[in-house]
Design a protein around this ligand. Structure first.
Ligand code: FAD
Length: 286
């Protein structure tokens, strides 16, 4: 089923993101995680796409497992980087053959050594191409706090308008920890006439190393109290994990109370912690 259709019937949606294991790890490791998440019955599960890596083929395989064996709707990420038009068409055909109806169309990050851009320069070019193929419900990325290289939200919203004009049906946001930033962003989208569903990305954090890396990669602003609690428990992983789970539960409860369209939980392939968060929120969700 297309995510826009699920949204019409079941708003707010709760969804998960998982990533394929590295090529030298057996694919069964993610299948075990998915089995442990299955009875939580999220409305869909998305599978990331390694923009340069050797685990790219695994995205289709894992998305197919989610859709056809777990009977949960799948969203396959797909990036422009290092792909020709023909390759994108081939991947789209494989997704279609597996019954996968939803694609998150992204630009991806160009490799440091350059030569990343082939036929599609921006996500909106990939969206336009996929829209012409006709078969898919298409999602795109949004950045409530801007990106590491730019914090100009007006520019970001202009790019979102281009994505909608190209055929995007919904957005998933980059992770953010400060809900007020998300609410300001959503208000601005309404003012600029962007009315498609926006699912809010939430990433639970479990230690200071993880939070530093996230800040670097995403540019997300970290609330001071979360940072200092994680610092306090730097030598006590169990306490730090509890801090992260408590924060995520409170953050999600506040987002849901605010009436957001959905929560997209970046699970980091951690089933136990994801189960605990959903239990504390009083889910399963379907
Ligand atoms: P775009 O919106 O195309 O933006 C790329 C750059 O071009 C930005 O700097 C933007 O400001 C600029 N830009 C956009 N349009 C124009 C224009 N018309 N003119 C000039 N400049 C323009 N990466 C992966 O590799 N695999 C994944 O699975 C993955 N999943 C993600 C999921 C989510 C929810 C999010 C938020 C990000 C994900 N990413 C993933 C990261 C993403 O690929 C990077 O953030 C990437 O740098 C930008 O992708 P985009 O789709 O936002 O690109």
């Amino acid at each position: 089923m297309k995510i826009t259709q699920i949204f019409k019937e079941k708003k707010p949606l709760i969804s998960f993101e998982v990533f394929p294991p590295k090529p030298d790890y057996p694919i069964e490791t993610i299948y075990r995680t998915l089995d442990e998440l299955r009875d939580l019955a999220p409305h869909f599960i998305s599978v990331t796409y390694g923009a340069g890596g050797g685990n790219r083929r695994r995205t289709v395989e894992i998305a197919s497992r989610i859709k056809n064996e777990q009977k949960i709707e799948a969203l396959a990420h797909l990036t422009c980087i290092r792909h020709s038009r023909e390759e994108i068409d081939e991947i789209s055909r494989r997704l279609f053959a597996e019954g996968i109806e939803n694609i998150l169309a992204l630009r991806g990050d160009p490799p440091a050594e350059g030569q990343g851009i082939f036929d599609f320069t921006y996500a909106r070019d990939l969206i336009l191409h996929l829209r012409r193929l006709g078969a898919f419900c298409i999602g795109a990325a949004a950045y409530p706090e801007g990106r590491p290289d730019t914090t100009d939200i007006a520019v970001e919203i202009r790019h979102m308008q281009e994505k909608v004009a190209a055929g995007a049906d919904f957005f998933i946001t980059q992770l953010a920890f400060i809900n007020d930033h998300v609410y300001d962003f959503l208000d601005q989208l309404v003012k600029k006439g962007i009315s498609c569903p926006v699912f809010i990305g939430v990433m639970p954090v479990y230690n200071t190393r993880q939070i530093r890396r996230i800040t670097e990669l995403s540019g997300a602003k970290i609330p001071r109290e979360l940072n200092s609690l994680l610092e306090k428990y730097v030598d006590s992983p169990a306490d730090a994990e509890k801090v992260g789970i408590d924060f995520a539960v409170k953050q999600i409860a506040d987002l849901l109370a605010h009436g957001v369209d959905g929560i997209h939980l970046y699970t980091m392939n951690r089933a136990r912690q994801t189960r605990e968060i959903l239990r504390r929120l009083g889910k399963p969700v379907s």
